[in-house]
Design a protein around this ligand. Structure first.
Ligand code: UTP
Length: 294
């Protein structure tokens, strides 16, 4: 499908959820990291909602053993629906039905957790020949305009790879893919180089790639030839870095707060942030936080 001025509409999102979540053990021994709860919703639901609110129609989950709970969460639960109907819990029932109706959900297995790049490559046949979105299954962005929608606006202008970036503390560049770029405007830049996990002294900026990507199908050729990098894994960042070197790539400095929920401290911050946004808890939670701090 074409949207205005001949640009292909982005319909599909790949959400890799096949990782082991070792940073979150023991919570992730049997439970998927992506199903950990921020207030009353699993992390993965925040992510799917962002994609759907950005216009995505098809969600391709790259899953693995132990991730059944994710499939069940986005499916119907007839017994629960029956009980809620019996009890007259109409609001809860409507909310449950909405979850499975949000998008078309497709599942593909990554047989071994060989890295984020390998997980994306697993979805190749399901993407075919169209641009698509990738969202890491554990990164929540809290923003007024969904982060993916902000990236799509950049894509509509340049029709090539767009990476979502945010400013991080310079001391922490070693945790992220960091870009070297030429500023186009306040929120857009052309990427000159992408460096995976540089030490602060080697980092060309503090602009970090944080789990939001718009990619073109040409990336699959780069991923198919990608050798293992950091941690012995096929890194998505390494393949994108090669793509950018040969072609071009853009960065969108999205407006919003980023939470790496695969990290215990960031996950706790996310719970407090979203808790404070709920009118039902805001006052009491603030009072409690003031009480226990100091
Ligand atoms: P992470 O690197 O944060 O996930 O990948 P991980 O490997 O599960 O975490 P740790 O480092 O062991 O704690 C970001 C996203 O990519 C998925 C993860 O499930 C997560 O949602 N992923 C990662 C895959 O689907 N396959 C992989 O091989 C690796």
């Amino acid at each position: 499908m074409i949207i205005s001025n001949g640009v292909k509409k982005i319909r599909k999102a790949v959400i890799p959820v096949a990782g082991l979540g070792t940073r979150f053990l023991p919570a992730t021994k049997v439970q998927p990291k992506e199903m950990l709860t921020v207030v009353d919703k699993p992390i993965i639901q925040y992510i799917v909602e962002e994609a759907v609110q950005s216009g995505i129609e098809e969600i391709i989950f790259v899953t693995s053993a132990n991730k059944r709970a994710i499939e069940d969460h986005f499916d119907r639960n007839f017994e629960l629906e029956y009980r809620l109907r019996q009890k007259g819990k109409k609001t809860e029932l409507a909310e449950m039905l909405k979850i499975s109706d949000m998008a078309k959900f497709i599942y593909v297995r990554q047989k071994t957790p060989k890295g984020l790049g390998h997980a994306v490559l697993t979805a190749r046949e399901l993407i075919g020949d169209e641009p698509f979105v990738v969202i890491a299954g554990d990164d929540i962005i809290d923003s007024r305009v969904p982060a993916i929608k902000q990236l799509m606006r950049v894509y509509e202008k340049y029709e090539d790879i767009v990476l979502g970036v945010t400013k991080v503390n310079k001391k922490e560049t070693y945790k992220y893919g960091i870009i070297d770029s030429l500023k186009i405007d306040e929120r857009t830049a052309e990427i000159k180089k992408l460096i995976e996990k540089p030490t602060p002294s080697k980092a060309p900026s503090n602009l970090a790639v944080t789990g939001r990507y718009i990619l073109t199908p040409e990336i699959f050729d780069f991923l198919a030839k990608q050798k293992p990098g950091a941690g012995g894994e096929i890194q998505l960042t390494d393949a994108i870095a090669r793509y950018i070197k040969e072609r071009v790539g853009y960065a969108c400095l999205y407006e919003g707060d980023y939470y790496d929920c695969g990290n215990k401290l960031e996950f706790m911050k996310a719970i407090i942030n979203f808790g404070l946004k709920r009118s039902a808890f805001k006052k009491e939670l603030k009072k409690y936080l003031r009480q226990i701090v100091n």
